[in-house]
Design a protein. Structure first.
Lengths: 150, 398, 126
């Protein structure tokens, strides 16, 4: 009885810690880079995403949130799969931009294999071409709330 | 545990091969470099491209001319309006038509604002790679003034859709024109402050002087373009040909002679000042008139080559038409593609830690334009511990 | 300038956007260009018209594009490399062979630049 209660308390503390300092990994699959630049602009002093405790780290094994932009090209699909499996649970995936959600304007390009959710499961979709930095932050914050209930 | 770690070999010319792969903390876009090392020094480098290849040239043949302008805009998010200037210019040449003067000035203003935001983006990322995070935060804060302007003019921060076949889509009223002028004064003042920081700060000088040198002969041999060639002493700028409104504006072409990353930083920083002067001149002398002429949907058959100066160098478009409303062949040669062969020369002889500085700082890659990628795999035998690494750093900087 | 270029071949178009010349002997034309001091190759385009494959080499002389066009057969197309005279043409020729299936004698590397192993082969052919 005491053991289960202790485990529950430990889980609650871990959840609060995860929610207060999520680390984000960003990867650009095959788009025009507009969405990547807007994601990077979130780190600039105007939008300042670090006040939510978020940091942009390059290492998949350290991250909780996988922010992916662009449509998946033929050479990139193994890379995306590998990165997703290198991340440890619990994790959430945020697809940013029209190309990541539905191939966007590249719907008839021969080398574009598909939207991101054909390769890995996606939790949050942020539409736009490109979405503004405020919309990206909103999407990532909603994703973090999913982390807690995961 | 000890026998699992391979022992160091006595033979000193063992070389490790380190790939720096599509996903890497230092790289903004997927790129693949395969680097062979001897200790910490790079002895060979190879590039693998193709991770962002989407098949755009084939997709452009399926769309008609009006739709294809939107697709060319999304080849690259940082130089998007230059692609449309080249493409719409090619189609207007095939028609044999000339767009109104006011449209030419508006296209020039948008192109120069884009050059300013692209160079500021690059300057911030170089600061981030070197380790000078303050420069990154300062420059990206000031870049937001330019992004606000672009949003007020066109409605979007990226992919503005201002250019169309026959002219531009939206006009600039006098209120916006005076706001552009005031913002350019602010930007010029801040850029002069950054040039001061960059030329005197010890961190920048240590990490960029004499790194990634590209000599004038090598730049000529590998056909380098843009600021990479201008920093090695080759005075080559496509804006001298006088396309759009450039033939009515007098401006300087900045060159340096040394060819290392520091000269490239200086060239791009001074180009920011030149661009803000060009924008102010255009705003002051913009003529009144129409912004658009109507052109028929069917384009007469023929072929044409147009060139523009994108932020990263010379951008060439070849458009061939066969008398229908869809293009027969569009070939795009982007500036990063032309500069790729010179990366190997710039990398050899330097340390592994200089790779992000050279790749981002010297080359300023836009792989969305070029479609290339990198991957890393560990295959080395030698293990360097903390004291070895420390002694290498001491030898280099003392 | 015009006299020199007329000697290279059939000058079929000339306007603000440059000179367009149809040549028969590419090496001879390139050696003339090298003597004029043109050291940089700017672009190589391949186009499948349905009847022939056209290959267009673009050079810039005195800020004006000079385009040399040659025509080769569609079945089993072959062409000699120019990287001996212009080393900067290496990547353009590889892209030409990957997208249109043209065999470049002297610059034949088996690895593709852009296409993955499961992408369509020679996508720009009609």
């Amino acid at each position: 009885m005491i053991k289960t209660a202790l485990f529950r308390i430990k889980d609650k503390i871990l959840n609060i810690a995860r929610k207060k300092s999520p680390w984000v990994l960003h990867y650009e699959c095959g788009g025009c880079n507009g969405c990547s630049i807007e994601t990077f602009a979130c780190l600039s002093p105007r939008y300042d995403v670090e006040r939510f405790g978020m940091q942009e780290k390059g290492n998949p094994r350290h991250s909780d949130v996988f922010a992916i932009a662009g449509t998946v090209t033929a050479k990139n699909k193994d890379v995306v799969d590998l990165i997703y499996h290198q991340m440890s649970k619990p994790k959430v995936v945020v697809a940013i931009g029209a190309c990541a959600i539905s191939k966007g304007i590249f719907h008839d390009a021969y080398n574009s294999v598909g939207p991101v959710d054909k390769i890995i499961p996606v939790d949050i979709y942020v539409p736009g071409c490109p979405p503004k930095p405020e919309a990206i932050m909103d999407g990532i914050i909603k994703a973090i709330e999913l982390l807690e209930t995961n | 545990m000890d026998d699992k770690i391979p022992k160091c070999n006595v033979n000193s010319d063992i070389s490790n091969s380190i790939p720096i792969g599509p996903q890497h903390p230092a790289l903004l876009e997927p790129e693949y470099f395969n680097i062979r090392l001897d200790g910490e020094t790079i002895i060979d480098a190879d590039i693998n491209v193709g991770y962002l290849h989407r098949g755009i040239e084939a997709a452009l043949e399926k769309k008609d001319y009006v739709q294809s302008v939107f697709l060319t805009e999304r080849i690259c998010g940082i130089c998007s309006s230059h692609h449309t200037i080249a493409y719409c210019g090619a189609i207007e040449l095939l028609h044999g038509a000339e767009i109104p003067m006011r449209a030419k000035y508006i296209r020039t203003i948008i192109a120069e604002l884009e050059r300013i935001h692209s160079h500021m983006l690059w300057l911030g990322v170089v600061g981030y790679e070197i380790g000078l995070d303050t420069l990154f935060q300062l420059v990206w804060r000031d870049r937001e003034h330019v992004m606000d302007l672009l949003e007020k003019i066109s409605g979007n921060r990226v992919n503005y859709a201002m250019n169309k076949i026959g002219g531009v889509r939206r006009d600039l009223d006098p209120k916006i024109l005076s706001e552009i002028s005031k913002t350019m004064d602010i930007i010029k003042k801040q850029v002069i402050h950054y040039i001061d920081i960059v030329s005197k700060d010890n961190i920048v000088i240590l990490r960029t002087k004499d790194i990634g040198i590209l000599s004038k002969e090598d730049a000529k041999k590998y056909s380098a373009v843009g600021p990479v060639a201008r920093a090695s002493g080759i005075k080559y700028d496509v804006r001298d040909t006088g396309y759009e409104a450039y033939k009515y504006i007098r401006f300087d072409v900045i060159t340096e002679t040394k060819g290392d990353v520091f000269s490239k930083v200086v060239v791009r920083a001074k180009e920011l000042i030149v661009s803000s002067d060009i924008v102010k001149h255009c705003v002051k002398h913009i003529p009144k008139g129409d912004i658009y002429i109507k052109l028929p949907l069917i384009v007469p058959s023929g072929e044409v080559v147009t060139r523009v100066e994108a932020p990263r160098g010379e951008l060439i478009y070849y458009v061939k038409s066969d008398g229908t409303n869809k293009p027969a062949r569009v070939k795009i040669r982007t500036p990063t593609y032309a500069n790729l062969l010179s990366v190997k020369t710039m990398l050899i002889g330097h340390d592994l830690a200089d790779v992000p500085v050279i790749v981002v700082g010297a080359l300023d890659p836009c792989f969305a334009c070029t479609d290339r990628v990198t991957i890393l795999k560990q295959t080395g035998n030698e293990i360097l511990d903390a004291s070895n690494l420390r002694s290498i750093a001491d030898k280099k900087y003392n | 300038m015009k006299a020199v270029l007329k000697e290279l071949g059939n000058l079929y178009k000339q306007d603000n956007s440059g000179y367009y010349i149809l040549v028969k002997d590419l090496e001879e034309a390139l050696s003339v260009l090298m003597k004029l001091g043109i050291y940089r190759i700017s672009n190589i385009t391949g186009c499948d018209t349905g009847e022939v494959i056209e290959v267009i080499y673009t050079f810039i002389w005195d800020n004006i594009p000079i385009n040399l066009k040659i025509e080769i057969v569609r079945d089993n197309p072959k062409i000699n490399t120019i990287i001996g005279m212009y080393p900067g043409a290496k990547l353009y020729e590889r892209e030409l062979s990957e997208m249109l299936g043209v065999k470049i004698v002297g610059n034949d590397e088996p690895e593709n630049l852009f296409l993955a192993h499961d992408s369509p082969k020679t996508p720009l052919r009609k």
